[in-house]
Design a protein around this ligand. Structure first.
Ligand SMILES: *[C@@H]1O[C@H](CO)[C@@H](O)[C@H](O)[C@H]1NC(C)=O
Ligand SMILES: *[C@@H]1O[C@H](CO)[C@@H](O)[C@H](O)[C@H]1NC(C)=O
Ligand SMILES: *[C@@H]1O[C@H](CO)[C@@H](O)[C@H](O)[C@H]1NC(C)=O
Length: 290
């Protein structure tokens, strides 16, 4: 009751714009969770700066599931959650950090009858894959993850148990990757005989795609994957710019279409993996949440 009164008063005095801006969701990276001060604060900060409601969307129990729930499952859990959040029913924007970008793109491409995504700001997303496993650390979870990674990365056993295995792409093992990786080949429409134009149509419907790469990123190998750049098949020594990749040239998911329409911003900022300076947040994130 009290909050209803406050809401009406706020509307009357113009504190809440009636044609208010779209809400956004934040998708955190691996080994993090919404209840961590850092991620929660960042969501709050973006909300404060943009004036738009923001929700940190948790998948499963947070930190552990970010490592051990496979990405196809993470994406479908996220899809069910956004459908239940009535605040998002008119559409929403996404800000995603690191592995959270794999979930974000799953929401955009795979979420049948989900609300539309308008702007998508990607902070250090492993969009074209990563050629080595992410740095973990020394905790119990990391030990377990390291043990798993030592086994065969494209085996069903690992694919079904370790989230990052869904976007590990070893350039010298493309055949196994295309046959057995259960997430990224589908997300990027990489399989010649199995491309789904619905995924492309959905991705192409974004109004703005902001791809932020961190100049000192040592977690993503190569850091250019944040822009869809990657190594050519079979070769670790050269790097293709986004525009030189087949994904772009043949427009598998609509990246070229979006770029031709002026709707992709390739942004490079100073700093380590997802450490974004306040000025850069103001410049490259906040405007897309208004
Ligand atoms: C969250 O923000 C508050 C104030 O804005 C600050 O005091 C606190 O240290 C921040 N916490 C983290 C973990 O960054
Ligand atoms: C957001 O704004 C609220 C209200 O002004 C303030 O209490 C809070 O510290 C701010 N949080 C951040 C992270 O900026
Ligand atoms: C493509 O994806 C859509 C949406 O998930 C699905 O309904 C459709 O059956 C898929 N098409 C093919 C050919 O697999």
């Amino acid at each position: 009751m009290a909050s209803a009164v406050v809401t009406v008063a706020a509307l009357l005095f113009g504190l809440i714009p009636i044609s208010s801006s779209l809400p956004f969701i934040l998708l955190h990276g691996i080994g993090s969770q919404c209840s961590n001060g850092g991620v929660g604060n960042f969501t709050q900060l973006l909300s404060n700066l943009s004036g738009s409601p923001g929700f940190c969307l948790e998948i499963g129990d947070g930190e552990d599931d970010s490592w051990f729930m496979p990405l196809p499952k993470q994406a479908s859990v996220a899809c069910e959650k956004v459908k239940l959040l009535k605040e998002l029913s008119q559409g929403y924007n996404i800000v995603a950090q690191s592995q959270g970008n794999m979930v974000a793109r799953g929401l955009i491409e795979f979420c049948d009858s989900g609300p539309p995504v308008r702007n998508y700001v990607s902070l250090a997303g492993p969009h074209a894959g990563i050629a080595s496993v992410p740095l973990c650390g020394s905790g119990e979870i990391c030990r377990l993850a390291d043990e798993l990674i030592k086994l065969e990365i494209y085996s069903d056993y690992i694919q079904d148990r370790l989230a990052p295995s869904g976007y590990i792409k070893i350039p010298t093992d493309i055949t196994s990757y295309l046959q057995h990786s259960k997430y990224l080949p589908k997300l990027n429409n990489e399989k010649a005989d199995d491309r789904n134009s619905t995924f492309k149509d959905r991705f192409t419907s974004l109004h703005n795609l902001v791809l932020v790469m961190f100049e000192d990123d040592k977690v993503l190998v190569p850091k250019e994957t944040s822009w869809f750049g990657f190594y050519p098949d079979g070769d670790f020594h050269r790097l293709l710019s986004p525009q030189q990749t087949k994904l772009y040239e043949e427009d598998w998911i609509g990246l070229k279409t979006l770029d031709d329409a002026g709707r992709v911003k390739f942004v490079s900022v100073a700093g380590e993996h997802i450490r974004m300076a306040h000025d850069d947040v103001l410049k490259y994130v906040v405007p897309y949440l208004r």
